[in-house]
Design a protein around this ligand. Structure first.
Ligand code: ATR
Length: 282
Protein backbone atom coordinates (compact mmCIF):
# COMPACT_ATOMS: atom_id res chain seq x y z
CA UNK A 1 0.00 0.00 0.00
CA UNK A 2 1.46 3.38 -0.87
CA UNK A 3 0.75 6.39 1.31
CA UNK A 4 2.26 9.83 1.73
CA UNK A 5 3.77 9.04 5.14
CA UNK A 6 5.61 6.11 6.74
CA UNK A 7 3.59 4.19 9.30
CA UNK A 8 4.86 2.91 12.68
CA UNK A 9 3.11 1.82 15.86
CA UNK A 10 3.52 0.51 19.38
CA UNK A 11 2.08 -2.97 20.01
CA UNK A 12 1.14 -4.02 23.50
CA UNK A 13 -1.60 -5.21 25.82
CA UNK A 14 -2.55 -2.94 27.48
CA UNK A 15 -1.40 -0.07 25.26
CA UNK A 16 -3.93 2.73 25.79
CA UNK A 17 -1.68 4.41 28.38
CA UNK A 18 1.36 4.54 26.07
CA UNK A 19 2.95 7.95 25.57
CA UNK A 20 5.01 6.70 22.63
CA UNK A 21 2.64 8.10 19.93
CA UNK A 22 2.94 11.60 21.40
CA UNK A 23 6.72 11.31 21.71
CA UNK A 24 7.24 10.08 18.15
CA UNK A 25 4.82 12.65 16.74
CA UNK A 26 6.89 15.39 18.38
CA UNK A 27 10.18 13.83 17.18
CA UNK A 28 8.77 13.72 13.61
CA UNK A 29 7.68 17.34 13.83
CA UNK A 30 11.05 18.53 15.14
CA UNK A 31 13.09 16.57 12.59
CA UNK A 32 10.76 17.09 9.60
CA UNK A 33 10.22 13.34 9.16
CA UNK A 34 7.03 12.35 7.39
CA UNK A 35 5.63 9.57 9.55
CA UNK A 36 2.60 8.54 11.53
CA UNK A 37 2.84 6.51 14.75
CA UNK A 38 -0.20 4.69 16.15
CA UNK A 39 -1.16 2.39 19.03
CA UNK A 40 -2.14 -1.21 18.35
CA UNK A 41 -3.83 -3.33 21.02
CA UNK A 42 -2.79 -6.91 20.31
CA UNK A 43 -4.54 -10.04 21.63
CA UNK A 44 -2.40 -11.77 24.26
CA UNK A 45 -2.01 -14.84 22.03
CA UNK A 46 -1.82 -12.86 18.79
CA UNK A 47 1.54 -11.09 18.71
CA UNK A 48 3.01 -12.79 15.60
CA UNK A 49 -0.28 -12.31 13.71
CA UNK A 50 -0.40 -8.66 14.79
CA UNK A 51 3.12 -8.02 13.50
CA UNK A 52 2.39 -9.76 10.18
CA UNK A 53 -0.86 -7.81 9.74
CA UNK A 54 0.85 -4.50 10.44
CA UNK A 55 3.64 -5.28 7.96
CA UNK A 56 1.03 -6.28 5.34
CA UNK A 57 -0.70 -2.95 5.94
CA UNK A 58 2.53 -1.22 4.91
CA UNK A 59 3.95 -0.54 8.39
CA UNK A 60 7.70 0.19 8.38
CA UNK A 61 8.37 -0.94 11.93
CA UNK A 62 7.02 -0.99 15.45
CA UNK A 63 7.83 -0.71 19.09
CA UNK A 64 6.93 -3.66 21.29
CA UNK A 65 5.82 -3.28 24.89
CA UNK A 66 4.42 -5.42 27.70
CA UNK A 67 3.98 -8.37 27.49
CA UNK A 68 5.45 -9.12 24.05
CA UNK A 69 9.11 -8.07 24.33
CA UNK A 70 10.32 -11.64 24.85
CA UNK A 71 8.33 -12.95 21.88
CA UNK A 72 9.71 -10.34 19.51
CA UNK A 73 13.22 -11.76 18.79
CA UNK A 74 11.73 -15.04 17.52
CA UNK A 75 10.09 -13.19 14.61
CA UNK A 76 13.35 -11.62 13.48
CA UNK A 77 15.79 -12.81 10.81
CA UNK A 78 18.46 -10.75 12.60
CA UNK A 79 18.77 -9.41 16.15
CA UNK A 80 21.13 -6.68 17.34
CA UNK A 81 23.74 -7.90 19.87
CA UNK A 82 21.95 -5.95 22.62
CA UNK A 83 18.60 -7.60 21.81
CA UNK A 84 20.33 -10.99 21.81
CA UNK A 85 21.90 -10.33 25.21
CA UNK A 86 18.62 -9.13 26.68
CA UNK A 87 16.67 -11.96 25.04
CA UNK A 88 14.05 -9.32 24.32
CA UNK A 89 13.32 -6.62 21.76
CA UNK A 90 11.38 -3.37 21.93
CA UNK A 91 12.03 -2.17 18.36
CA UNK A 92 11.30 -4.02 15.11
CA UNK A 93 12.29 -2.86 11.64
CA UNK A 94 10.36 -4.26 8.65
CA UNK A 95 12.95 -4.46 5.90
CA UNK A 96 12.12 -3.99 2.21
CA UNK A 97 12.79 -7.72 1.57
CA UNK A 98 10.06 -8.63 4.07
CA UNK A 99 12.43 -9.78 6.83
CA UNK A 100 12.44 -8.33 10.34
CA UNK A 101 15.35 -6.81 12.30
CA UNK A 102 14.95 -6.71 16.10
CA UNK A 103 16.69 -4.30 18.43
CA UNK A 104 16.42 -3.34 22.10
CA UNK A 105 16.81 0.34 22.97
CA UNK A 106 15.58 0.19 26.60
CA UNK A 107 19.02 -0.03 28.18
CA UNK A 108 20.49 2.71 26.00
CA UNK A 109 17.52 4.86 27.02
CA UNK A 110 18.22 4.28 30.71
CA UNK A 111 21.93 4.98 30.36
CA UNK A 112 21.31 8.13 28.29
CA UNK A 113 18.83 9.46 30.85
CA UNK A 114 21.12 8.80 33.81
CA UNK A 115 24.30 10.16 32.22
CA UNK A 116 23.09 12.91 29.86
CA UNK A 117 19.84 14.16 31.41
CA UNK A 118 20.48 13.56 35.11
CA UNK A 119 24.22 14.23 34.73
CA UNK A 120 25.25 11.23 36.86
CA UNK A 121 28.36 9.30 35.79
CA UNK A 122 28.08 5.53 35.41
CA UNK A 123 31.78 5.15 34.62
CA UNK A 124 33.34 3.72 37.78
CA UNK A 125 30.02 3.74 39.65
CA UNK A 126 28.69 1.10 42.04
CA UNK A 127 25.24 0.16 40.75
CA UNK A 128 22.42 -1.84 42.33
CA UNK A 129 19.89 -3.30 39.90
CA UNK A 130 16.71 -4.32 41.74
CA UNK A 131 14.71 -7.01 39.96
CA UNK A 132 15.56 -9.75 37.51
CA UNK A 133 12.56 -9.85 35.17
CA UNK A 134 12.23 -8.54 31.64
CA UNK A 135 12.82 -4.91 32.55
CA UNK A 136 16.09 -5.73 34.32
CA UNK A 137 17.25 -8.06 31.52
CA UNK A 138 16.81 -5.23 29.02
CA UNK A 139 19.16 -2.85 30.81
CA UNK A 140 21.94 -4.92 32.38
CA UNK A 141 24.04 -5.11 29.19
CA UNK A 142 24.07 -1.34 28.55
CA UNK A 143 24.75 -0.67 32.27
CA UNK A 144 27.82 -2.92 31.98
CA UNK A 145 28.89 -1.20 28.76
CA UNK A 146 28.56 2.19 30.47
CA UNK A 147 31.60 1.27 32.59
CA UNK A 148 30.21 0.71 36.09
CA UNK A 149 32.93 -0.69 38.33
CA UNK A 150 30.50 -2.93 40.21
CA UNK A 151 26.93 -4.10 39.59
CA UNK A 152 24.88 -6.13 42.06
CA UNK A 153 21.62 -7.64 40.81
CA UNK A 154 19.21 -8.30 43.66
CA UNK A 155 15.88 -10.07 43.44
CA UNK A 156 13.45 -11.69 45.84
CA UNK A 157 13.86 -14.87 43.73
CA UNK A 158 17.64 -15.25 43.81
CA UNK A 159 17.78 -17.88 41.05
CA UNK A 160 16.53 -15.31 38.50
CA UNK A 161 19.21 -12.80 39.52
CA UNK A 162 21.83 -15.55 39.27
CA UNK A 163 20.64 -16.49 35.78
CA UNK A 164 20.87 -12.86 34.65
CA UNK A 165 24.38 -12.55 36.08
CA UNK A 166 25.37 -15.81 34.40
CA UNK A 167 24.12 -14.69 30.96
CA UNK A 168 26.07 -11.41 31.28
CA UNK A 169 29.27 -12.83 32.81
CA UNK A 170 31.23 -12.67 29.54
CA UNK A 171 30.43 -9.00 29.03
CA UNK A 172 31.25 -8.26 32.70
CA UNK A 173 34.64 -9.89 32.27
CA UNK A 174 35.30 -7.87 29.12
CA UNK A 175 34.28 -4.64 30.85
CA UNK A 176 36.22 -5.54 34.01
CA UNK A 177 33.02 -5.00 36.01
CA UNK A 178 32.44 -6.98 39.19
CA UNK A 179 28.98 -8.54 38.76
CA UNK A 180 27.14 -10.24 41.63
CA UNK A 181 23.72 -11.69 42.43
CA UNK A 182 22.45 -11.29 46.01
CA UNK A 183 19.19 -11.64 47.89
CA UNK A 184 17.85 -8.31 49.26
CA UNK A 185 18.61 -9.60 52.79
CA UNK A 186 22.28 -10.14 51.91
CA UNK A 187 22.87 -6.52 50.74
CA UNK A 188 25.39 -4.98 53.14
CA UNK A 189 26.81 -1.99 51.23
CA UNK A 190 25.57 1.26 49.74
CA UNK A 191 25.59 2.20 46.07
CA UNK A 192 26.02 5.30 43.89
CA UNK A 193 23.10 4.41 41.64
CA UNK A 194 20.09 2.23 42.51
CA UNK A 195 17.79 1.22 39.65
CA UNK A 196 14.38 -0.22 40.50
CA UNK A 197 13.36 -2.56 37.70
CA UNK A 198 10.53 -4.21 39.65
CA UNK A 199 6.91 -3.22 39.54
CA UNK A 200 6.76 -3.20 43.35
CA UNK A 201 5.28 0.32 43.63
CA UNK A 202 2.60 -0.58 41.11
CA UNK A 203 1.70 -3.62 43.21
CA UNK A 204 1.50 -1.36 46.29
CA UNK A 205 4.24 -3.48 47.87
CA UNK A 206 7.08 -2.34 50.12
CA UNK A 207 10.30 -1.24 48.47
CA UNK A 208 12.11 -4.55 47.97
CA UNK A 209 15.53 -3.47 49.34
CA UNK A 210 16.69 -2.08 52.73
CA UNK A 211 17.36 1.67 53.05
CA UNK A 212 21.00 0.86 53.87
CA UNK A 213 21.67 0.57 50.10
CA UNK A 214 21.19 4.36 49.82
CA UNK A 215 23.83 6.96 50.66
CA UNK A 216 23.23 10.74 50.78
CA UNK A 217 23.05 12.14 47.26
CA UNK A 218 23.00 8.78 45.48
CA UNK A 219 20.68 8.44 42.49
CA UNK A 220 17.58 6.31 43.09
CA UNK A 221 15.99 5.60 39.74
CA UNK A 222 12.64 3.93 39.11
CA UNK A 223 12.17 2.70 35.55
CA UNK A 224 8.43 3.40 35.91
CA UNK A 225 6.95 6.89 35.85
CA UNK A 226 3.80 8.50 37.20
CA UNK A 227 1.93 6.93 40.15
CA UNK A 228 3.63 3.56 39.58
CA UNK A 229 6.98 5.02 40.64
CA UNK A 230 5.82 7.10 43.61
CA UNK A 231 6.30 4.57 46.42
CA UNK A 232 9.95 3.99 45.52
CA UNK A 233 10.68 7.68 44.85
CA UNK A 234 9.13 8.82 48.15
CA UNK A 235 11.15 6.19 50.02
CA UNK A 236 14.36 7.32 48.28
CA UNK A 237 13.72 11.02 48.98
CA UNK A 238 12.96 10.29 52.65
CA UNK A 239 16.39 8.65 52.96
CA UNK A 240 18.41 11.45 51.37
CA UNK A 241 18.75 10.00 47.88
CA UNK A 242 18.04 11.90 44.65
CA UNK A 243 14.90 10.34 43.15
CA UNK A 244 14.29 10.11 39.40
CA UNK A 245 11.45 8.45 37.51
CA UNK A 246 11.58 6.67 34.17
CA UNK A 247 10.04 9.37 31.96
CA UNK A 248 13.48 10.28 30.61
CA UNK A 249 14.24 6.63 29.88
CA UNK A 250 10.97 6.40 27.95
CA UNK A 251 11.87 9.43 25.81
CA UNK A 252 15.47 8.29 25.28
CA UNK A 253 14.56 4.70 24.29
CA UNK A 254 12.10 6.22 21.83
CA UNK A 255 14.85 8.48 20.47
CA UNK A 256 17.10 5.45 19.90
CA UNK A 257 14.27 3.63 18.11
CA UNK A 258 13.63 6.72 15.97
CA UNK A 259 17.34 6.75 15.08
CA UNK A 260 17.21 3.05 14.12
CA UNK A 261 14.18 3.62 11.86
CA UNK A 262 14.95 7.02 10.36
CA UNK A 263 18.72 7.47 10.66
CA UNK A 264 18.08 10.80 12.39
CA UNK A 265 18.64 11.56 16.09
CA UNK A 266 15.72 13.60 17.47
CA UNK A 267 16.25 16.33 20.13
CA UNK A 268 15.24 14.06 23.01
CA UNK A 269 16.31 16.38 25.85
CA UNK A 270 14.00 19.09 24.48
CA UNK A 271 11.07 16.67 24.20
CA UNK A 272 11.68 15.37 27.75
CA UNK A 273 11.69 18.93 29.06
CA UNK A 274 8.41 19.67 27.26
CA UNK A 275 6.79 16.54 28.70
CA UNK A 276 8.02 17.33 32.23
CA UNK A 277 6.65 20.88 31.95
CA UNK A 278 3.29 19.61 30.65
CA UNK A 279 3.02 17.16 33.57
CA UNK A 280 4.00 19.80 36.15
CA UNK A 281 1.36 22.25 34.86
CA UNK A 282 -1.44 19.66 35.28
P1 ATR B 1 9.02 -6.98 33.93
O1 ATR B 1 8.98 -7.37 32.48
O2 ATR B 1 8.24 -5.71 34.23
O3 ATR B 1 10.39 -6.96 34.50
P2 ATR B 1 8.62 -9.53 35.19
O4 ATR B 1 9.48 -10.20 34.17
O5 ATR B 1 7.36 -10.19 35.65
O6 ATR B 1 8.16 -8.10 34.70
O7 ATR B 1 9.56 -9.21 36.47
C1 ATR B 1 9.04 -8.54 37.58
C2 ATR B 1 10.20 -8.29 38.56
O8 ATR B 1 9.68 -7.56 39.66
C3 ATR B 1 10.82 -9.55 39.12
O9 ATR B 1 12.16 -9.28 39.45
C4 ATR B 1 9.97 -9.77 40.38
O10 ATR B 1 10.58 -10.56 41.36
P3 ATR B 1 10.49 -12.20 41.26
O11 ATR B 1 11.45 -12.59 40.17
O12 ATR B 1 10.95 -12.65 42.60
O13 ATR B 1 9.07 -12.51 40.95
C5 ATR B 1 9.86 -8.35 40.85
N1 ATR B 1 8.71 -8.07 41.71
C6 ATR B 1 7.41 -7.96 41.34
N2 ATR B 1 6.66 -7.66 42.40
C7 ATR B 1 7.48 -7.58 43.47
C8 ATR B 1 7.31 -7.31 44.85
N3 ATR B 1 6.09 -7.05 45.35
N4 ATR B 1 8.39 -7.32 45.64
C9 ATR B 1 9.61 -7.57 45.16
N5 ATR B 1 9.85 -7.84 43.86
C10 ATR B 1 8.81 -7.85 43.02
Amino acid sequence: MSRSFDLYCVMGNPVAHSRSPAIHARFAELTGQNLRYERRLIALDGFADGVRAFAAEGGRGCNVTVPFKFEAPALAAECSPRAQLAGAANTLVFRPDGSIYADNTDGLGLVADITRNAGVALQGARVLLVGAGGAAAGVLGPLLQAGASHITVTNRTLAKAEALVQSHSGLALLQKTELLALTPQALDADFDVIVNATASSLAGAEVPVPASVLCPGCLAYDMMYGPAAQGFLNWARAHGAVPRDGLGMLVEQAAEAFLVWRGVRPPSAQVLQEMQQALESK
